[in-house]
Design a protein around this ligand. Structure first.
Ligand code: C2E
Ligand code: MG
Ligand code: MG
Ligand code: MG
Length: 280
């Protein structure tokens, strides 16, 4: 966090800064090793139809349990993986595992994966996804990719063309963390978006916080009038579930229904609850 506040400024040795840098280097070393040793894993959190309470699929989420640090949250390690230039490799690993997992679930269930804005950069995303679908035998309509507004900010034709080609090949596209970024309304018709995911920070404060309630209501109205699916993430309580159902959300996800599960556990859950109602 060095500041350029004046020429000729002498920088004295700062022990706190040095410690921060050393921590960071140690984290990078651990992460490189974890990536190389395939110690990064994928968990799956069920997504449900808000109206029927039936499972519609799951979101794939990266998990890293470090030998020395314990479980490190993806909000901490994904940005480092991006900076290390490893997100392409890790992204392909998630895609491969998630498609293979979903191909073993009942046909009506899909999988949603988070795609980093950096993964659009190489120009190979489309081909990678197509070959992974083919290899795993997963039908394209069972795969959804989640992008954040930062992927759209670049606004280059590459992102737009990639999204349009993905959509044309049968995938669906969700705009993740909606409401936290720029939330430019023009994105919603400029880009081929099928679903908006309302960020957990708003859902968490439902139903009592009037500000969050107004924002969620506005997002639901907007999404409904544009004919989009609307997913609410981070549902933990019955009043939160009731609120989002009453306001027209189509999908829901949260600890109220299930935490993220490992591949075996989610396969077992999906196998035993074929079409059955788990919440309503
Ligand atoms: P996200 O895509 O918005 O994922 C939703 C996050 O909300 C997940 O956190 C999930 O575990 C958490 N969550 C869901 N329901 C609840 C709930 O009821 N209560 C609480 N407290 N949390 C809930 P997680 O797994 O820690 O992931 C954080 C973020 O890391 C993700 O946010 C996503 O932006 C990023 N991420 C995770 N996996 C990947 C990946 O494979 N690729 C990329 N590029 N990013 C990833
Ligand atoms: Mg997501
Ligand atoms: Mg999200
Ligand atoms: Mg989020």
């Amino acid at each position: 966090r060095a500041k350029h506040d004046g020429r000729g400024r002498t920088c004295l040795f700062n022990p706190e800064l040095a410690a921060t840098l050393l921590d960071r280097i140690a984290l990078e070393t651990d992460l490189r090793r974890a990536c190389a040793n395939q110690a990064i894993e994928v968990a799956y959190q069920p997504i449900l139809d808000a109206r029927t309470g039936r499972f519609t699929g799951a979101e794939a989420l990266l998990r890293w349990t470090c030998e020395t640090r314990g479980e490190v949250p993806p909000n901490v390690f994904v940005p480092v993986i991006e900076e290390l230039g490893l997100i392409g490799t890790i992204g392909e690993m998630v895609l491969e595992r998630a498609c293979a997992a979903a191909a073993s679930w009942p046909d009506h269930l899909g999988v949603s994966i988070n795609v980093s804005p950096l993964q659009f950069g190489g120009g190979t995303l489309l081909a990678t996804i197509a070959s992974t679908l083919q290899r795993t035998g997963l039908a394209p309509h069972r795969l959804q990719i989640e992008i954040t507004e930062s992927a759209l900010l670049a606004d280059d034709t590459l992102v737009l063309q990639t999204l349009e080609a993905l959509r044309a090949s049968g995938l669906s596209i969700a705009l993740d963390d909606f409401g936290t970024g720029y939330s430019s309304l023009s994105y919603l018709h400029r880009f081929p978006i099928d679903c908006i995911k309302i960020d957990r920070s708003f859902v968490t404060r439902l139903p009592h916080d009037t500000g969050s309630a107004s924002i969620v209501r506005a997002i639901c109205d907007l999404g409904t009038s544009l004919g989009l699916k609307i997913a609410a993430e981070g549902i933990e309580t019955e009043p939160q579930r009731q609120f989002i159902v009453d306001h027209g959300c189509s999908h829901m996800q949260g600890y109220r229904f299930s935490r993220p599960l490992d591949a075996q556990a989610i396969a077992a859950l999906f196998a035993t609850s074929r079409g059955s109602k788990v919440a309503a």
